[in-house]
Design a protein around this ligand. Structure first.
Ligand SMILES: Cc1cc2nc3c(=O)[nH]c(=O)nc-3n(C[C@H](O)[C@H](O)[C@H](O)COP(=O)(O)OP(=O)(O)OC[C@H]3O[C@@H](n4cnc5c(N)ncnc54)[C@H](O)[C@@H]3O)c2cc1C
Length: 392
């Protein structure tokens, strides 16, 4: 084991939120960092996330909050509509902010870009790993490298996890739903929908969209499916599932791109996040799912805590990192499973109850109830103040 993190080589697999944040913290701690990313180039945009909790504090410590604020989406409300587009209920952003302290709504790609723009380490796109033997890594192009640390930050379907820890079946918990997200440009529809997250919910299905910027739109779909198996043609599957719905569903379904983000909704639970020189960060070791909604925040948190513990000494660092972060991840996962009924209600009655809660969200007593429902307790995972030398 290395005596200190200085001059050591780290390989980070995956240039998502966890990978980029890990690179950011490790390079500042003196590591020589290489990031490899399977995608051929940086993927901008994506879906909207609500970014708050400990990840928000980590972003503050990184000095990134001003840049994130500039990317903040001006969403004014979450609005539930009926099949003719008429408002059923609404929760204003102000009411939401009251239950989710400091929340910034922004595109996942914008968060990633802000971190990437503040990195010095090289990112090799179109690259991945084909074998990991402790610190000895074989890349897909056949080249081999030796590293003191290998960070698996390659998301819920992690290749590093499969190579080092075992098959997906051992670690992935399917939550009974499929989801899809994509963005597209449509100036007229964008103006019609506006900066409101509008959604149509029928039992077991939800379709939503909102204006992003410059005449662009983002769409999100969620539906119940007994099987986690993904369809060969996601666009066709979405048309089959949502084709009978009114409102703007036909317009959204007519522009589903070939590279639509489409996935099963699942959580990842790996009992031990490290083996030898390999450690998992973010969704790779502990995806909480979109139902929990804190994945990006926890990915940032994990990256920061890992670097902090490595700086305190390599020996035992992975155990200390896991001991701090995993309880929070498990707590959030449990919360996410309870939240399924809010995002994808199973009956008309449950949809009405949710809409009623939206309508009453201005009342303090209801806000407190919603706060308990949308914000898992994540206190205590971070050290009280920023370590010396970090931005504040
Ligand atoms: C629809 C939706 C809504 C969400 N809403 C929220 C929200 O409101 N708030 C929130 O905090 N979180 C939210 N999340 C969760 C959040 O997006 C994820 O938890 C977070 O992005 C996890 O970061 P990550 O870096 O671990 O994984 P990812 O962001 O998935 O990044 C993994 C990266 O690894 C790359 N990769 C994959 N395989 C390989 C490989 N073999 N080799 C090299 N690279 C590879 C991928 O291309 C990707 O760039 C949402 C997720 C979804 C799907």
């Amino acid at each position: 084991m290395p005596k200190s993190s200085a001059q050591q080589r780290a390989l980070i697999v995956g240039a998502g939120i966890a990978g980029l944040a890990s690179a950011w913290w490790l390079e500042r701690a003196g590591w020589d960092v290489l990031v490899v990313e399977r995608a051929p180039s940086f993927r901008a945009g994506g879906y909207m996330i609500d970014f708050f909790g400990p990840g928000h504090e980590v972003a503050r410590r990184m000095g990134l909050l001003p840049a994130l604020e500039r990317r903040r989406a001006p969403i004014s409300s979450v609005t539930s509509v009926d099949s003719r587009g008429r408002k059923r209920s609404e929760i204003s952003t102000a009411a939401y902010e009251a239950v989710a302290d400091g929340v910034i709504s922004l595109l996942r790609g914008d968060l990633a870009e802000v971190i990437r723009d503040d990195l010095r380490s090289p990112i090799r796109y179109g690259a991945t790993v084909s074998a990991v033997d402790d610190g000895r890594v074989t890349f897909a192009d056949g080249s081999v490298g030796e590293f003191d640390l290998v960070v698996g930050a390659d998301g819920a379907h992690s290749k590093v996890r499969e190579l080092v820890f075992g098959p997906d079946a051992e670690f992935v918990r399917y939550l009974g739903h499929h989801t899809a997200a994509f963005s597209f440009r449509d100036v007229e529809l964008s103006a019609r929908i506006g900066y409101r997250y509008q959604m149509l919910t029928v039992p077991h299905r939800m379709i939503g969209c909102y204006a992003v910027r410059d005449g662009s739109m983002a769409a999100l779909m969620l539906y119940r499916s007994e099987s986690p198996e993904l369809p060969a043609n996601p666009a066709a599957a979405l048309r089959a599932r949502f084709g009978d719905l009114g409102w703007v569903a036909p317009e959204l379904l007519s522009v589903v791109p070939d590279d639509v983000y489409y996935d099963e909704v699942s959580q990842v639970d790996v009992p031990v996040w490290h083996r030898g020189k390999v450690v998992l960060v973010g969704d790779a070791g502990g995806a909480v799912s979109l139902f929990a909604g804190h994945g990006a925040s926890l990915a940032m948190t994990g990256a920061h805590v890992l670097a902090e513990e490595l700086a305190a000494g390599f020996d035992g660092a992975f155990d200390r990192y896991q001991a701090r972060v995993k309880p929070v991840v498990e707590h959030t996962q449990e919360f996410g499973r309870r939240f399924i009924g809010w995002m994808a209600p199973a009956s008309r009655w449950r949809i009405s109850v949710r809409d009623m809660a939206f309508r009453l969200s201005g009342l303090p007593v209801v806000r407190n109830l919603i706060r308990g429902s949308v914000t898992p307790d994540v206190d205590g995972v971070l050290t009280p103040s920023a370590p010396a030398g970090t931005a504040s």
